[in-house]
Design a protein around this ligand. Structure first.
Ligand SMILES: [Zn+2]
Length: 316
């Protein structure tokens, strides 16, 4: 693909979760070490802070005020839920993660074809309109989707989520909006407990495909090929946002799925082939990928590389 960019920011190197917490600065460091010096045809951009207007696309004013009053100025991390901690630097990182996702949208919208990877932490897909949860403060993918509609006038935006956990936050933001589509593969039962196949949104705009613990990469790939991707193609999105979580890797300590590193490259290729067919209908091949989970450091870095290698070498 052409017009490739990676968005990142050194704020992600600040540890603002308790010691031993899986969502740690070393995640960013592992990815940075893998990316730096490679991927020379990808331009590098600093993630900006999200504007309040952008965050209001997915969150309530009450929630944003609550974060401002509790965590935004705290020198030590504040517990926002039993798993989610952030102080001043953690909130800055979360804001730049959401702002970077919006900038990724801007970068691909400036061209007919392009892809942008937002390599930021913390993840976002568990954050609901009024609630931080599951390591996530702001719902970056949902914020980016709403930004694409408000800033660029896009009619339809789809989020494709292959993190091992269900993206309850993205689903909650999209539930009542037929112009937004959410497709997810994930393990069940597992945190956060949502993501049954029967959860379809108010307008059949949500498609969930849960897998049992121990499901293989082959199973997940077949699920995307035969069930999730055809439904995304039917929706004809003007923009495809990937919630790229790599904790479905067999080495991940938080998940129980059995994907291998190269399966993430294969899955990325399936998404891109669908996106190319979709571009025949919509006129544009635009991919925004947003880092979500992934907690085994070397598996995370390897899987991100597999994802980026596939995007970079995809012959559109
Ligand atoms: Zn996850």
């Amino acid at each position: 693909m052409r017009n490739l960019s990676i968005i990142s920011h050194e704020i992600c190197l600040h540890q603002d979760t308790p010691k031993g917490h899986p969502e740690c600065a070393e995640r960013y460091e592992a990815i940075k070490n893998r990316i730096d010096g490679n991927y020379k045809n990808w331009s590098r951009i600093q993630a900006p802070l999200a504007t309040r207007e952008q965050l209001l696309g997915a969150h309530t004013k009450t929630f944003l005020d609550y974060i401002d009053e509790t965590a935004s100025a705290a020198l030590n991390p504040v517990g926002l839920d039993p798993d989610t901690w952030a102080g001043k630097s953690g909130i800055e990182a979360a804001s730049r993660a959401a702002g970077g996702a919006c900038l990724a949208v801007d970068k691909v919208m400036q061209k007919e074809e392009g892809a942008s990877f937002n390599a930021m932490r913390p993840p976002g897909h568990h954050a609901e309109p009024e609630k931080a949860m599951g390591f996530c403060v702001y719902s970056s993918a949902a914020v980016a989707a709403k930004h694409a509609q408000e800033q660029w006038g896009l009619e339809r935006v789809a989020v494709l989520d292959f993190d091992v956990h269900h993206g309850n936050g993205t689903q909650a933001c999209f539930w009542n909006d037929p112009s937004l589509f959410y497709a997810s593969s994930h393990q069940m039962p597992l945190f956060p407990g949502t993501g049954e196949k029967s959860e379809t949104g108010a307008d059949n705009n949500i498609v969930n495909l849960p897998f049992s613990q121990g499901a293989l990469g082959f199973d997940v790939l077949e699920g995307w090929k035969n069930y999730l991707l055809p439904s995304v193609l039917d929706f004809k999105p003007n923009l495809i946002i990937i919630s790229a979580g790599f904790d479905a890797h067999k080495a991940d300590p938080l998940g129980g799925l059995m994907m291998a590193t190269e399966d993430f490259g294969t899955l990325t290729g399936l998404i891109l082939e669908m996106a190319l067919r979709n571009a025949d209908i919509t006129g544009s091949l635009r991919i925004v990928s947003i880092l979500e989970g992934g907690y085994n450091l070397s598996a995370l870095a390897d899987s991100v590389a597999s994802h980026l290698d596939t995007i970079g070498s995809f012959d559109a």
